[in-house]
Design a protein around this ligand. Structure first.
Ligand code: NDP
Ligand code: OXD
Length: 308
């Protein structure tokens, strides 16, 4: 029985070492060296081959090496092949760090101080108490929940929005489209941690930005196509939005000539907010393989009707 790895080759080498140590009974192969295609039962991939069922006729499970699975064309994956997203502690830790630094950057006026520094201006700005800065997170899944649990410790009034109803201690939880406007209306710093689906593509447009309080800020760590970038620029230029920190864009990489690169109120990172860590991810995949062999549900199995 073989697990085939098809993603970043450097990380793949670390996966190979861990598999050799922890699961010597499972043959580990690094794409494109697939060996006998018929022996591949498990695929760990950022992007599967175009026609996975034909390339790997006995494939049973595709593990995404990321938390998102929108990069998979599910129409090419027959229903008998399970699709599992990555739910592992390393990716959570990285996202909590990234969003915390982004919220604090905005909260402690570091955009304004960077602009002042360029002009060699030494001027104090009034410090606002965390209790007066309302943070709102779109998406209350593995990542959104962990981020809110950390942010609320700073004293920010925290809220979240999801499809189904949730209850998180110290967090005002909103659910469904009918609740979106009220959630946006109480949010000074908006964080997007939604999966990309038909329902979330283009969700953040001029109408939604207009529902935020004037001067709100936006942190985008979900997927680029969830936000309309022209509407985002317009909202920044009009002052409806004060700052944006973007880890994801549409397309990626962002073209060199794109005006977001040089906007003084925008910070961009190249989709690095968080990534799977081999040292923790392999344990999760091995546990899921055991579950699959025992006929148990796997952690992170994707519901194809919802698309995440
Ligand atoms: P989960 O599947 O655990 O959570 C998704 C959340 O989004 C759930 O709360 C879900 O609601 C909510 N949601 C989905 N669709 C809708 C909708 N139409 N309306 C309202 N709420 C909705 O995902 P994760 O937390 O693990 O990851 C979220 C995303 O973060 C990933 O899909 C990926 O795109 C992005 N990501 C980005 C990274 C980066 O480096 N920038 C790294 C890792 C992930 P409900 O709870 O009701 O199901
Ligand atoms: C992911 C990502 O989905 O890195 O894990 O974006």
């Amino acid at each position: 029985m073989t697990l085939l790895y098809k993603a970043d080759p450097e990380r793949g080498k670390q996966w190979a070492q861990r598999f050799a140590h922890k699961a010597p009974d499972i043959a580990f192969r690094l794409w494109p060296d697939i060996g006998d295609p018929a022996s591949v039962r498990y695929l760990a991939a950022w992007q599967p081959p175009d026609d996975p069922a034909r390339t790997l006729p006995n494939l049973e499970v595709i593990f995404s090496v990321g938390a998102g699975i929108d990069q998979f064309d599910l129409s090419r994956v027959p229903p008998h092949i399970a699709v599992v997203r990555m739910m592992e502690p390393g990716i959570v830790e990285g996202m909590v760090e990234y969003v915390t630094q982004a919220v604090l950057t905005i909260h402690r006026d570091l955009f304004d101080y960077a602009l002042q520094q360029r002009q060699r201006v030494w001027r104090e700005l009034p410090v606002r108490a965390a209790a007066t800065r309302r943070v709102g997170v779109l998406g209350l899944g593995m990542l959104g929940t962990a981020v809110l649990e950390r942010l609320r410790l700073f004293g920010f009034p925290c809220a979240g929005w999801s499809r189904s109803a949730h209850s998180i201690e110290g967090v005002e939880c909103h659910a469904g489209m009918d609740a979106l406007d009220a959630f946006l209306g109480r949010t000074d710093i908006l964080v997007c941690l939604l999966p990309l689906t038909d329902a979330t593509r283009g969700l953040l447009d001029r109408h939604r930005f207009a529902k935020l309080p004037k001067g709100a800020s936006f942190i985008h760590v979900g997927r680029g196509p969830q936000a309309n970038q022209q509407d985002l620029l317009d909202a920044l230029d009009s002052g409806q939005l004060q700052n944006a920190i973007l880890d994801v864009t549409d397309p990626e990489p962002l073209p060199e000539s794109h005006p977001l690169w040089t906007h003084p109120r925008v910070r961009i990172t190249p989709h690095v907010a968080s990534a799977t860590r081999p040292e923790t991810a392999v344990d999760v995949v091995l546990d899921n393989i055991r579950r699959h062999r025992d006929g148990l549900p796997m952690l992170g199995e994707v519901d194809r009707t919802r698309g995440y």
